[in-house]
Write a new protein. Structure first.
Lengths: 183, 123
């Protein structure tokens, strides 16, 4: 992957597939460490699955036997001497508070650090593909915060789909303006 | 500065259109958005289709959606076009520029861009 934002898109798709109603994407830059958290309230994974999910030869698919999403993210963070952890609670274990919390850290000054890239585009792509699912996106830096919560938009939009082009255009401009204020 | 009031205005403008749109699109554009597709550049290709379809004013006839891996990872980004009563067209190794061309020629004017389809790939 050329940008970490593409890894975020890829892994967040897993959250949606796990039936999440809310997927949170939290990006934090502090002391030259970048932390990416992807938190969902989906069906969760058992301990065995969590252990094997970073293994490139594990997948839930039956068509082929490789799943590269999490392994690629793990590679990207470990090559900067960062770490990747996954905590997950299945629906069977806790019917109320289930889901998966992935945390990846990156040393931004490491020579093998992959740039974060266009994370706004990732958020827009997720909304376009999953207009009935909610996303909370937050990017914190020393200069301020960029934030988007689709639940707030949904309240205003009611039954107008979030992936209507005019709405997507608004979301794109909304994020762009927030990023401009940071720089 | 973008405000929620502006979003409210978009909602008011669109409210009537929504009822008409549901399930009425005759053409479906499906972009592969699994690990293989994303790594090969599917994100900007999808954005090109979304933007192109809107700019061409054919949103009522064409829907753009995403799917997982269809098992031809080496040809990603892959885009499938489904039209009622016609055979599926599979475009391979797409780019945003090729996407713009497909919007204009195929989705707008009904001419399949044969050179970008999987059939044009030689071994």
């Amino acid at each position: 992957m050329k940008e970490l934002s593409l890894n975020i898109l890829d892994v967040a798709e897993n959250s949606v597939k796990a039936g999440a109603s809310l997927t949170q994407i939290l990006v934090t830059e502090r002391n030259r460490v970048l932390t990416i958290e992807i938190i969902d309230d989906g069906c969760g994974m058992s301990e065995d699955v969590v252990r094997s999910v970073t293994d490139p030869f594990y997948t839930t698919r039956t068509t082929r036997s490789v799943g590269m999403g999490v392994p690629l993210l793990k590679l990207a963070c470990e090559q900067t001497e960062g770490t990747l952890t996954i905590e997950s609670v299945t629906e069977e274990v806790d019917p109320e508070r289930h889901g998966t919390h992935l945390t990846a850290t990156f040393n931004m000054d490491h020579i093998d650090f992959t740039p974060l890239g266009d994370v706004s585009s990732t958020v827009l792509t997720l909304i376009q593909g999953h207009p009935d699912t909610d996303f909370l996106f937050q990017h914190k830096t020393d200069r301020g915060v960029v934030k988007l919560d689709t639940r707030e938009l949904r309240e205003v939009l009611e039954d107008v789909p979030l992936n209507s082009y005019d709405v997507m255009e608004w979301v794109g401009a909304y994020l762009r303006e927030q990023y401009e204020e940071l720089s | 500065m973008k405000s929620l009031a502006e979003l409210q205005a978009i909602k008011n403008r669109m409210k009537d259109k929504v009822v008409l749109r549901d399930g009425m699109e005759a053409t479906r554009v499906v972009v592969g958005m699994a690990t293989c597709g994303i790594a090969a550049g599917a994100r900007p290709v999808l954005n090109s289709f979304v933007e192109g379809v809107s700019k061409a004013g054919i949103e009522d006839k064409v829907s753009v959606t995403q799917t997982g891996c269809i098992g031809l990872c080496q040809y990603e980004p892959i885009v499938e076009v489904f039209e009622a009563g016609k055979e599926k067209v599979t475009y391979v190794k797409m780019t945003p520029e090729k996407a713009d061309e497909v919007v204009q020629k195929h989705l707008k004017n009904g001419q399949v861009v044969a050179e970008y389809t999987i059939g044009a790939i030689t071994a």
